[in-house]
Every structure is written in structure tokens, then in C-alpha cells.
Design a protein. Sequence first.
Length: 310
Amino acid sequence: MTELAIHTRGLTRKFGELVAVNRLDLAIPAGTIYGFLGPNGSGKSTCIRMLTGLLLPCAGDMTVLGLAIPEQAETLRRRVGYMTQKFSLYDDLSVRENLEFIAQIYGLNAKDSRDRLRELLGTYELASFAGRFAGTLSGGQKQRLALAAATLHQPDLLFLDEPTSAVDPENRRDFWEKLFDLCEAGTSILVSTHYMDEAERCHGLAILENGIKRADGSPEQLMNGMGVTVLEVAAPGLRELKTRLLALEHVRSVAQLGLRLRVLVDGKLADPVGWLRQRLPELATGAEINRVRPNLEDVFVSCTGGKELP
Ligand SMILES: Nc1ncnc2c1ncn2[C@@H]1O[C@H](COP(=O)(O)OP(=O)(O)OP(=O)(O)O)[C@@H](O)[C@H]1O
């Protein structure tokens, strides 16, 4: 049986009347990168905070690294790392001082601390900034420092809550390379994001909306199993055409991409291109309609419902 890093049954958290996380079941294999994909307010942070033992659930069971949480949260704390979207280190300490401080918290002796710092400054390309105040670093450098800090004690499981919100695409790519290095070295990783390209890099993911898990699986499983066919339509008058398409019963969503419309239609239609040409006479001639491979954004749109992109 696959060893699970995280296992939850019916995990629920309410704030007053609001159900922030609603009966969430998760079975996340150890040694993988697992993503929570969802818009703002979908419950990603609330769930991560419960899994770290920082927030109590209202209902449900969870084990994290085989430990019952919240009961064994104290034992768990030393085995997990946690990086939030907000930079939570000290701006007025240098890079080195920040890491030394964290090494002290984890009780590393002077030699181990020195060795580990040297290793981390090298791995996260921080050696030439070691004496700089953390507050003066760029977004990408701060993010690398935060990851170094979160992994200083070599945790078995790393929680990353929207870790790349504040960095550019190049830094995001580099950051993901570091995550794959960590994963290969045996660290399990749970990362929340609202970026489709990040979600697509995960081994598995759950799509969350209003605290509810709408779908889960590997990106390929989700894309292959979404029950929707994706068409791209190039024709004149796209804004008007979009409105007319949205009024058709088998059309799930329509989004404009430059000079084309990306149209999600029910997967049960045997000949979706023929059907579309027949339903809208203006598409019968002159329009270009192609069936294309679904992407994760299509999955997201189709399983979070609604005919408009979020
Ligand atoms: N301490 C709190 N008190 C009241 N409501 C809260 C609290 N924490 C979260 N919420 C609410 O719970 C819902 C889920 O929030 P959560 O932060 O978990 O979502 P999220 O998916 O992480 O969103 P974001 O990307 O904005 O961080 C939101 O409606 C939020 O306003």
C-alpha cells in the first residue's frame, strides 16, 4: 500500500456561518508534490493551517506523516516546514542572521548550524547576499531565503501556501526546480496556488471551490476525464458569437483567446464540430473550428461550473 503523507476524512472548518473547508477527503502519497488549486477564498490556507496543527477543525479526522492531528501536533511541528505567501522573516536581520536564528530555534549546535547554513546559502544562491538585510532583497531572493528557512531542519513534509504570488515567471520556474530537487531527496510537498501552470507541474492536485473539493487526480487524469470536448473557433464578430454560443444548451463555457474562442461543450456530443455548425448558421461556412487538447484551465472551468471564466 502507498504510504500517505496526508490523510483526511470529512475535514471541516467553519467561521461562524461560513464553511471555509467542507468535508474534505484527501489521500496524498508520500514523496510527491501535491497541489491545491483554487481561487481566493476557496479554503486552501484554512486547510493547510489545520494540517499543520495551527488551526482546529470543527469536524473530521486527519493524519499527517502518520500522526493524528491535532492531538500529536507538537511532534509533527519538528517534521514539517511551512512557507506562507507573506514574507515572514526579519527584514532588519541579515540573510545569515535570519538563518542562524532559525537554526537556534531548532536547537542545532554551532557546528551543525555552520555546516547547514553553508549548504543552504549555496543551494539557494544566497551566499553573495549573506550579509545583506533581508528587507533589501528582491522578491525572488526573499522567496529563496524563505524556502531555505522552511527547509533548514530538513522536514519530511513541506507546506507552501501560494509561495510564488510575489515573483516573476522566471523566478517561479527556478523555484519549482528547487521543489523537484527537494521532492527527489524524499520531501513530500503540499503547495497551494491559483496559477494553472504551477498546478500542471504537480504529481497530483485537488481543485477547491468554496471549501469543496470539486475534482482530484493527476493533471493528465483530470484532463482526460473531464467529460468535456474543447473546440477553438475562429470567425468574425467574436464578442457577439460568444453570447450566442453561451445560450446553447450543451455549451459549458466560452472564453476569448486573441482571435479565437475556446469553447467547452458536453463530451457526450458525438460530432461536436458538426453540431456547432448546424446550431449556428453563421458557423456553417467560413468559420474555422478545431478540436484541441484540454488543458488544466479547461478542467478548472468545467468542474467549478458556470459559463464564464472565473
Ligand atoms: N480567521 C478567519 N475568520 C473568519 N473567516 C475566515 C478566517 N480565515 C479564513 N476565513 C474565510 O474562510 C474562507 C476561506 O479562506 P482561505 O484563506 O482559506 O482561502 P484561500 O483559498 O487560502 O484564499 P486566498 O488565496 O485568498 O488565501 C474565506 O471566505 C475567508 O474569508
